[in-house]
Design a protein around this ligand. Structure first.
Ligand SMILES: O=P(O)(O)OC[C@H]1O[C@H](O)[C@H](O)[C@@H](O)[C@@H]1O
Length: 287
């Protein structure tokens, strides 16, 4: 059996392991109304996050039709990818009325030799008027989990975070590991490059590795908010967790001709996975 990945527009909507098990969450109430993003999978959020600017919530990229990129820039990792597809989104006349910039937003979706899902985004400023632009970005990844109350996230302990449920106020995480018993909507700042999501019930660990994306959003709407969302089942909050490699606190600025790159890789491994692997100091000591 092969590892599988499915795409809908610029959004990964399914990622299956070699046993055919779905690893991403997609709501049973997700509404497929192209080009709108659907509730689940991995929507790409660009150039705005939340309602921090004048654009639609989380920017327009997740609600656009992307094209196959027939002329992607060469990538040093080409040979190690088992299978990949290159997509591109560029400025449209319509979007330039709301965000007056020219850009190439490229996305490579690749499956590694052991089924890892690798997403690489490259955004280039192609403005011809000499103007820089500024943006934020997130891979809004919905992981499928068996039972949220049995899930633990490691790698974010002791970090500072902005709590979206408290008007974005800044706090420091006090818990040894992050567990879930109510609504959570936090932006962890300057996070390590590896985060682990342990699904105890399924004895499975997702390992998320990232590059170029310093922050990580952790979100679960829990029961009350779930009921208020039209495209989300009342009890589906039990089976999902968003952990999003993102660039939230410090936006990225590109001058004309400049390019930014942000990567996210996720693996699903059996839970003999050890949290020690996340501790860079112990890794260094081990040499
Ligand atoms: O409904 P959406 O615009 O897709 O947003 C869904 C959720 O995404 C993120 O994870 C945010 O941190 C949440 O505040 C938001 O509610």
């Amino acid at each position: 059996m092969l590892h599988n990945v499915y795409l809908y527009g610029g959004q990964v909507t399914s990622w299956k392991n070699a046993h055919g098990e779905e690893l991403l969450f997609v709501s049973s109430k997700a509404s497929f109304r192209p080009p709108r993003a659907i509730r689940g999978g991995i929507p790409i959020c660009f150039p705005q996050l939340k309602s921090t600017g004048s654009l639609e919530q989380y920017g327009f990229a997740r609600n656009r039709i992307w094209s196959i990129d027939l002329d992607p820039p060469p990538s040093p990792s080409d040979i190690s990818h088992k299978a990949f597809v290159d997509l591109i989104l560029t400025h449209s006349e319509e979007d330039m009325k709301i965000w007056p910039h020219r850009y190439d937003c490229r996305l490579r979706v690749a499956l590694g030799p052991t089924g890892d899902l690798m997403l690489t985004s490259r955004i280039r400023n192609t403005n011809t008027d000499g103007k820089s632009f500024t943006f934020r970005f997130a891979y809004q990844t919905y992981f499928f989990v068996t039972d949220i109350s049995e899930v633990r996230v490691e790698g974010l302990e002791t970090l500072d975070y902005l709590d979206n449920l408290k008007n974005g106020e800044r706090f420091t995480e006090q818990e040894d590991a992050i567990t879930f018993e109510s609504e959570v909507d936090k932006v962890y700042l300057s996070t390590p490059t590896k985060i682990a999501i342990l699904d105890h019930e399924r004895k499975r660990t997702f390992e998320l590795r990232k590059d170029g994306l310093p922050d990580a959003v952790v979100w679960n709407p829990w029961d009350k908010k779930a009921k208020s969302m039209a495209d989300f089942g009342d009890n589906e909050y039990m089976h999902m967790l968003c952990v999003e490699a993102a660039c939230v606190e410090e936006p990225i600025t590109l001058k004309p001709g400049e390019e930014w790159k942000g990567r996210q890789e996720i693996s699903a491994v059996p839970s003999s996975y050890c949290s020690e692997q996340l501790d860079p100091l112990r890794l260094l000591l081990r040499g």
